[in-house]
Design a protein around this ligand. Structure first.
Ligand code: TYM
Length: 338
Protein backbone atom coordinates (compact mmCIF):
# COMPACT_ATOMS: atom_id res chain seq x y z
CA UNK A 1 0.00 0.00 0.00
CA UNK A 2 1.44 3.48 -0.84
CA UNK A 3 2.75 5.20 2.27
CA UNK A 4 0.39 8.17 2.19
CA UNK A 5 -2.73 6.03 2.08
CA UNK A 6 -3.92 4.75 5.43
CA UNK A 7 -6.22 1.78 5.78
CA UNK A 8 -9.84 2.80 6.42
CA UNK A 9 -10.73 2.61 10.08
CA UNK A 10 -12.58 -0.59 10.91
CA UNK A 11 -16.22 0.11 11.70
CA UNK A 12 -17.37 -0.68 15.21
CA UNK A 13 -19.89 -3.47 15.53
CA UNK A 14 -23.40 -3.14 16.91
CA UNK A 15 -25.79 -5.82 18.10
CA UNK A 16 -29.33 -5.44 19.36
CA UNK A 17 -32.61 -7.34 19.41
CA UNK A 18 -36.30 -6.86 20.19
CA UNK A 19 -38.84 -9.46 21.25
CA UNK A 20 -41.64 -10.17 18.79
CA UNK A 21 -44.62 -9.41 20.96
CA UNK A 22 -47.78 -8.66 19.00
CA UNK A 23 -47.35 -5.01 19.86
CA UNK A 24 -44.23 -3.06 19.10
CA UNK A 25 -44.75 0.18 20.99
CA UNK A 26 -43.54 3.71 20.41
CA UNK A 27 -41.33 3.02 23.47
CA UNK A 28 -39.53 0.25 21.53
CA UNK A 29 -39.31 2.56 18.54
CA UNK A 30 -38.03 5.75 20.19
CA UNK A 31 -35.95 3.87 22.78
CA UNK A 32 -34.23 1.43 20.44
CA UNK A 33 -35.46 0.75 16.93
CA UNK A 34 -35.06 4.24 15.57
CA UNK A 35 -31.44 4.28 16.69
CA UNK A 36 -30.83 1.00 14.95
CA UNK A 37 -31.91 2.62 11.70
CA UNK A 38 -29.73 5.69 12.26
CA UNK A 39 -26.63 3.69 13.16
CA UNK A 40 -26.63 1.53 10.03
CA UNK A 41 -24.39 3.81 7.96
CA UNK A 42 -21.68 4.31 10.52
CA UNK A 43 -21.46 0.91 12.16
CA UNK A 44 -21.44 -2.72 11.17
CA UNK A 45 -24.89 -3.62 12.44
CA UNK A 46 -26.34 -6.98 13.42
CA UNK A 47 -29.96 -7.07 14.58
CA UNK A 48 -32.33 -9.85 15.54
CA UNK A 49 -35.93 -10.64 16.36
CA UNK A 50 -35.49 -12.20 19.81
CA UNK A 51 -38.02 -15.02 19.49
CA UNK A 52 -36.18 -17.36 21.89
CA UNK A 53 -36.55 -14.79 24.66
CA UNK A 54 -40.27 -14.51 23.95
CA UNK A 55 -41.21 -18.00 25.23
CA UNK A 56 -40.32 -17.07 28.80
CA UNK A 57 -44.00 -16.12 28.81
CA UNK A 58 -46.53 -18.55 27.31
CA UNK A 59 -47.23 -17.98 23.60
CA UNK A 60 -50.11 -19.20 21.50
CA UNK A 61 -48.37 -21.07 18.60
CA UNK A 62 -50.44 -19.55 15.78
CA UNK A 63 -50.26 -16.01 17.09
CA UNK A 64 -46.56 -16.41 17.90
CA UNK A 65 -45.69 -17.45 14.34
CA UNK A 66 -47.62 -14.49 12.98
CA UNK A 67 -46.01 -12.09 15.45
CA UNK A 68 -42.47 -13.17 14.55
CA UNK A 69 -43.02 -12.54 10.85
CA UNK A 70 -44.85 -9.28 11.51
CA UNK A 71 -42.06 -8.03 13.77
CA UNK A 72 -39.56 -8.85 11.02
CA UNK A 73 -41.62 -6.97 8.42
CA UNK A 74 -42.20 -4.05 10.76
CA UNK A 75 -38.51 -3.55 11.51
CA UNK A 76 -37.78 -3.56 7.78
CA UNK A 77 -40.60 -1.02 7.35
CA UNK A 78 -38.96 1.14 10.03
CA UNK A 79 -35.82 1.27 7.89
CA UNK A 80 -33.64 -1.72 8.74
CA UNK A 81 -31.89 -2.36 5.45
CA UNK A 82 -30.60 -5.87 4.78
CA UNK A 83 -28.19 -4.48 2.19
CA UNK A 84 -26.42 -2.62 5.01
CA UNK A 85 -27.17 -4.71 8.09
CA UNK A 86 -27.53 -8.32 9.07
CA UNK A 87 -31.06 -8.82 10.33
CA UNK A 88 -32.11 -12.32 11.34
CA UNK A 89 -34.45 -14.32 13.54
CA UNK A 90 -32.74 -15.50 16.74
CA UNK A 91 -34.07 -19.09 16.71
CA UNK A 92 -32.63 -19.60 13.20
CA UNK A 93 -29.07 -19.33 14.50
CA UNK A 94 -28.40 -22.24 16.82
CA UNK A 95 -25.26 -20.81 18.42
CA UNK A 96 -27.42 -18.47 20.56
CA UNK A 97 -29.06 -21.23 22.57
CA UNK A 98 -25.79 -23.16 22.74
CA UNK A 99 -23.71 -20.29 24.05
CA UNK A 100 -26.49 -19.36 26.47
CA UNK A 101 -26.08 -22.75 28.16
CA UNK A 102 -22.33 -22.27 28.45
CA UNK A 103 -22.73 -18.75 29.85
CA UNK A 104 -25.30 -19.98 32.37
CA UNK A 105 -22.44 -21.84 33.95
CA UNK A 106 -20.49 -18.59 34.32
CA UNK A 107 -23.42 -16.59 35.71
CA UNK A 108 -24.22 -16.55 39.40
CA UNK A 109 -27.61 -17.28 40.92
CA UNK A 110 -27.27 -14.11 43.03
CA UNK A 111 -26.64 -11.96 39.95
CA UNK A 112 -29.75 -13.27 38.18
CA UNK A 113 -31.83 -12.86 41.35
CA UNK A 114 -31.05 -9.15 41.40
CA UNK A 115 -32.49 -8.46 37.95
CA UNK A 116 -35.45 -6.11 38.38
CA UNK A 117 -37.12 -7.42 35.22
CA UNK A 118 -37.07 -10.95 36.68
CA UNK A 119 -38.63 -9.68 39.89
CA UNK A 120 -41.32 -7.74 37.99
CA UNK A 121 -42.13 -10.50 35.55
CA UNK A 122 -42.22 -13.24 38.16
CA UNK A 123 -44.65 -11.16 40.21
CA UNK A 124 -46.79 -10.61 37.12
CA UNK A 125 -46.75 -14.25 35.95
CA UNK A 126 -46.71 -15.94 39.36
CA UNK A 127 -48.15 -19.14 37.84
CA UNK A 128 -45.24 -19.51 35.39
CA UNK A 129 -41.95 -18.47 37.00
CA UNK A 130 -39.91 -20.74 34.72
CA UNK A 131 -36.15 -21.23 34.67
CA UNK A 132 -35.95 -19.45 31.30
CA UNK A 133 -37.36 -16.29 32.83
CA UNK A 134 -34.61 -16.49 35.41
CA UNK A 135 -31.71 -17.23 33.03
CA UNK A 136 -32.98 -14.88 30.29
CA UNK A 137 -30.03 -12.45 30.80
CA UNK A 138 -27.50 -15.21 29.98
CA UNK A 139 -29.23 -15.71 26.63
CA UNK A 140 -29.14 -11.97 26.05
CA UNK A 141 -25.42 -11.99 26.93
CA UNK A 142 -24.89 -14.83 24.44
CA UNK A 143 -26.67 -12.81 21.71
CA UNK A 144 -24.35 -9.88 22.21
CA UNK A 145 -21.07 -11.66 22.93
CA UNK A 146 -21.32 -14.09 19.99
CA UNK A 147 -20.85 -11.14 17.63
CA UNK A 148 -18.08 -9.40 19.59
CA UNK A 149 -20.31 -6.32 19.62
CA UNK A 150 -18.78 -3.01 20.70
CA UNK A 151 -22.10 -1.22 21.21
CA UNK A 152 -25.62 -2.25 22.11
CA UNK A 153 -28.43 0.27 21.36
CA UNK A 154 -31.15 -0.23 23.99
CA UNK A 155 -33.67 1.66 26.09
CA UNK A 156 -32.90 2.37 29.74
CA UNK A 157 -34.82 -0.69 31.01
CA UNK A 158 -32.26 -3.07 29.48
CA UNK A 159 -29.26 -1.40 31.10
CA UNK A 160 -29.09 -3.85 33.99
CA UNK A 161 -29.07 -6.82 31.60
CA UNK A 162 -26.29 -5.23 29.60
CA UNK A 163 -24.25 -4.67 32.77
CA UNK A 164 -24.62 -8.37 33.50
CA UNK A 165 -23.48 -9.26 29.96
CA UNK A 166 -20.39 -7.13 30.57
CA UNK A 167 -19.72 -8.88 33.88
CA UNK A 168 -20.07 -12.30 32.28
CA UNK A 169 -17.68 -11.30 29.46
CA UNK A 170 -15.13 -9.95 31.91
CA UNK A 171 -15.38 -13.03 34.09
CA UNK A 172 -14.90 -15.38 31.15
CA UNK A 173 -12.00 -13.31 29.79
CA UNK A 174 -10.47 -13.31 33.27
CA UNK A 175 -10.46 -17.10 33.42
CA UNK A 176 -9.51 -17.99 29.83
CA UNK A 177 -7.86 -14.88 28.39
CA UNK A 178 -9.46 -12.41 25.97
CA UNK A 179 -12.37 -14.18 24.31
CA UNK A 180 -15.20 -11.64 24.24
CA UNK A 181 -15.38 -7.93 23.46
CA UNK A 182 -16.86 -6.17 26.50
CA UNK A 183 -19.78 -4.18 25.04
CA UNK A 184 -20.96 -0.68 25.89
CA UNK A 185 -24.58 0.42 25.97
CA UNK A 186 -25.93 3.02 23.57
CA UNK A 187 -28.88 4.67 25.26
CA UNK A 188 -30.56 7.70 23.62
CA UNK A 189 -30.67 10.98 25.54
CA UNK A 190 -34.33 11.48 24.70
CA UNK A 191 -36.77 8.59 24.46
CA UNK A 192 -34.83 6.03 26.51
CA UNK A 193 -37.70 5.66 28.95
CA UNK A 194 -41.08 6.33 27.39
CA UNK A 195 -43.71 6.10 30.12
CA UNK A 196 -47.21 4.68 30.28
CA UNK A 197 -49.86 7.18 29.13
CA UNK A 198 -52.11 6.06 31.99
CA UNK A 199 -49.58 5.79 34.82
CA UNK A 200 -46.53 7.86 33.92
CA UNK A 201 -44.57 6.57 36.91
CA UNK A 202 -44.25 3.23 35.01
CA UNK A 203 -42.55 2.51 31.68
CA UNK A 204 -44.73 2.08 28.63
CA UNK A 205 -45.01 -1.65 28.23
CA UNK A 206 -46.81 -3.76 25.67
CA UNK A 207 -47.77 -6.18 28.43
CA UNK A 208 -49.83 -3.51 30.22
CA UNK A 209 -53.41 -4.73 30.44
CA UNK A 210 -54.78 -1.23 29.90
CA UNK A 211 -54.47 -0.68 26.13
CA UNK A 212 -54.69 3.09 26.65
CA UNK A 213 -51.34 2.92 28.45
CA UNK A 214 -49.35 2.18 25.30
CA UNK A 215 -49.31 3.23 21.68
CA UNK A 216 -48.31 0.67 19.07
CA UNK A 217 -46.34 1.70 16.01
CA UNK A 218 -49.08 0.04 13.95
CA UNK A 219 -52.05 1.55 15.80
CA UNK A 220 -54.51 3.29 13.47
CA UNK A 221 -54.29 7.12 13.41
CA UNK A 222 -57.66 7.49 15.15
CA UNK A 223 -56.57 5.06 17.88
CA UNK A 224 -53.32 6.98 18.40
CA UNK A 225 -55.22 10.27 18.68
CA UNK A 226 -57.71 8.78 21.13
CA UNK A 227 -54.96 7.37 23.35
CA UNK A 228 -53.08 10.68 23.49
CA UNK A 229 -56.27 12.61 24.25
CA UNK A 230 -56.86 10.29 27.21
CA UNK A 231 -53.28 10.57 28.50
CA UNK A 232 -53.04 11.29 32.22
CA UNK A 233 -51.55 14.72 33.04
CA UNK A 234 -51.72 17.04 36.07
CA UNK A 235 -53.70 20.07 37.23
CA UNK A 236 -50.92 22.58 36.61
CA UNK A 237 -51.99 23.25 32.98
CA UNK A 238 -48.56 24.52 31.86
CA UNK A 239 -46.66 22.73 29.11
CA UNK A 240 -43.15 22.53 30.58
CA UNK A 241 -40.82 20.00 32.14
CA UNK A 242 -41.15 19.92 35.93
CA UNK A 243 -41.22 17.86 39.07
CA UNK A 244 -44.52 16.11 39.78
CA UNK A 245 -45.44 16.50 36.10
CA UNK A 246 -44.58 12.96 34.98
CA UNK A 247 -47.40 12.84 32.44
CA UNK A 248 -46.42 16.10 30.74
CA UNK A 249 -42.70 15.30 30.97
CA UNK A 250 -43.46 12.07 29.13
CA UNK A 251 -45.55 13.78 26.45
CA UNK A 252 -42.75 16.33 25.95
CA UNK A 253 -40.24 13.48 25.57
CA UNK A 254 -42.49 11.82 22.98
CA UNK A 255 -43.01 15.12 21.13
CA UNK A 256 -39.30 15.75 21.19
CA UNK A 257 -38.57 12.23 19.88
CA UNK A 258 -41.13 12.56 17.09
CA UNK A 259 -40.19 16.07 15.93
CA UNK A 260 -36.55 16.54 16.95
CA UNK A 261 -37.52 19.73 18.85
CA UNK A 262 -36.00 20.37 22.27
CA UNK A 263 -38.10 20.57 25.44
CA UNK A 264 -37.48 24.36 25.53
CA UNK A 265 -38.70 24.81 21.97
CA UNK A 266 -41.83 22.79 22.75
CA UNK A 267 -42.49 24.84 25.91
CA UNK A 268 -42.14 28.10 23.94
CA UNK A 269 -44.44 26.83 21.20
CA UNK A 270 -47.21 25.90 23.66
CA UNK A 271 -46.93 28.96 25.89
CA UNK A 272 -50.45 30.02 26.88
CA UNK A 273 -52.04 26.93 25.32
CA UNK A 274 -53.84 24.22 27.26
CA UNK A 275 -53.08 20.54 27.70
CA UNK A 276 -55.89 19.63 25.25
CA UNK A 277 -54.08 21.40 22.38
CA UNK A 278 -50.77 19.89 23.40
CA UNK A 279 -52.10 16.33 23.56
CA UNK A 280 -53.64 16.72 20.10
CA UNK A 281 -50.34 18.04 18.73
CA UNK A 282 -48.37 15.14 20.22
CA UNK A 283 -50.87 12.66 18.77
CA UNK A 284 -50.60 14.28 15.33
CA UNK A 285 -46.79 14.25 15.42
CA UNK A 286 -46.79 10.55 16.30
CA UNK A 287 -49.35 9.75 13.58
CA UNK A 288 -47.15 11.52 11.00
CA UNK A 289 -43.98 9.76 12.15
CA UNK A 290 -45.61 6.35 11.73
CA UNK A 291 -47.75 6.91 8.63
CA UNK A 292 -45.04 5.91 6.10
CA UNK A 293 -43.97 3.00 8.31
CA UNK A 294 -47.51 1.65 8.43
CA UNK A 295 -47.84 1.94 4.65
CA UNK A 296 -44.53 0.15 4.06
CA UNK A 297 -45.47 -2.56 6.55
CA UNK A 298 -48.78 -3.21 4.74
CA UNK A 299 -46.83 -3.79 1.51
CA UNK A 300 -44.06 -5.92 3.01
CA UNK A 301 -46.30 -8.26 4.96
CA UNK A 302 -47.95 -9.32 1.65
CA UNK A 303 -44.61 -10.51 0.27
CA UNK A 304 -43.74 -13.57 2.34
CA UNK A 305 -41.20 -14.82 -0.23
CA UNK A 306 -39.23 -11.59 0.02
CA UNK A 307 -39.25 -11.66 3.82
CA UNK A 308 -38.12 -15.28 3.83
CA UNK A 309 -35.27 -14.51 1.47
CA UNK A 310 -34.09 -11.66 3.71
CA UNK A 311 -34.14 -13.53 7.00
CA UNK A 312 -32.58 -16.67 5.53
CA UNK A 313 -29.74 -14.74 3.93
CA UNK A 314 -29.02 -12.89 7.17
CA UNK A 315 -29.22 -16.03 9.33
CA UNK A 316 -26.56 -17.69 7.17
CA UNK A 317 -24.13 -14.82 7.68
CA UNK A 318 -24.98 -14.53 11.38
CA UNK A 319 -24.27 -18.22 11.86
CA UNK A 320 -20.84 -17.90 10.23
CA UNK A 321 -19.85 -14.93 12.39
CA UNK A 322 -21.21 -16.36 15.62
CA UNK A 323 -19.73 -19.80 14.99
CA UNK A 324 -16.22 -18.31 15.10
CA UNK A 325 -16.80 -17.02 18.62
CA UNK A 326 -18.57 -20.18 19.69
CA UNK A 327 -15.72 -22.42 18.47
CA UNK A 328 -13.21 -20.24 20.28
CA UNK A 329 -15.21 -20.54 23.52
CA UNK A 330 -15.46 -24.32 23.23
CA UNK A 331 -11.74 -24.65 22.60
CA UNK A 332 -10.85 -22.42 25.54
CA UNK A 333 -13.03 -24.42 27.90
CA UNK A 334 -11.37 -27.64 26.76
CA UNK A 335 -14.03 -29.37 24.68
CA UNK A 336 -12.89 -31.81 21.99
CA UNK A 337 -13.37 -30.40 18.49
CA UNK A 338 -16.43 -31.83 16.67
P1 TYM B 1 -37.78 -5.60 24.57
O1 TYM B 1 -38.25 -6.45 23.43
O2 TYM B 1 -38.57 -5.59 25.81
O3 TYM B 1 -37.61 -4.12 24.10
C1 TYM B 1 -36.90 -3.83 22.91
C2 TYM B 1 -36.16 -2.52 23.05
O4 TYM B 1 -37.06 -1.45 23.32
C3 TYM B 1 -36.63 -0.75 24.48
N1 TYM B 1 -37.83 -0.29 25.21
C4 TYM B 1 -38.06 0.98 25.55
N2 TYM B 1 -37.36 2.11 25.34
C5 TYM B 1 -37.89 3.27 25.80
N3 TYM B 1 -39.06 3.34 26.46
C6 TYM B 1 -39.80 2.23 26.70
N4 TYM B 1 -40.97 2.32 27.35
C7 TYM B 1 -39.30 0.97 26.24
N5 TYM B 1 -39.77 -0.30 26.28
C8 TYM B 1 -38.85 -1.06 25.65
C9 TYM B 1 -35.84 -1.76 25.28
O5 TYM B 1 -34.93 -1.13 26.17
C10 TYM B 1 -35.13 -2.54 24.20
O6 TYM B 1 -33.95 -1.89 23.80
N6 TYM B 1 -34.12 -8.53 26.25
C11 TYM B 1 -34.47 -7.54 25.27
C12 TYM B 1 -34.29 -8.04 23.86
C13 TYM B 1 -32.94 -8.59 23.58
C14 TYM B 1 -31.75 -7.82 23.41
C15 TYM B 1 -30.73 -8.79 23.17
C16 TYM B 1 -31.47 -6.45 23.43
C17 TYM B 1 -32.64 -9.90 23.45
N7 TYM B 1 -31.30 -10.01 23.20
C18 TYM B 1 -29.41 -8.40 22.95
C19 TYM B 1 -30.13 -6.07 23.22
C20 TYM B 1 -29.14 -7.02 23.00
C21 TYM B 1 -35.93 -7.15 25.45
O7 TYM B 1 -36.71 -7.90 25.97
O8 TYM B 1 -36.26 -5.97 24.89
Amino acid sequence: MPENITAPEKKKRIFSAIQPSGTITIGNYFGALRNWVKLQDDYECIFAVADLHAITVRQDPKAFKKNILEAYALFLACGIDTEKSIFFIQSHVHTHAELAWILNCYTQFGELSRMTQFKDKSAKHADNVNAGLFTYPSLMAADILLYQADLVPIGADQKQHLELARNIAERFNGIYGKTFTVPDGYIPEVGARIKSLQDPSKKMSKSDENANAWVAVLDKPETIMKKFKRAVTDSDAKVCVGEGKDGINNLIAIMSSATGKTADQITAEFEGKGYGDFKTAVGEAVVEEFRPIREKFDQLIQDKAYLEEQYRKSAEIALKISQRTFDKVMKKIGYLPR
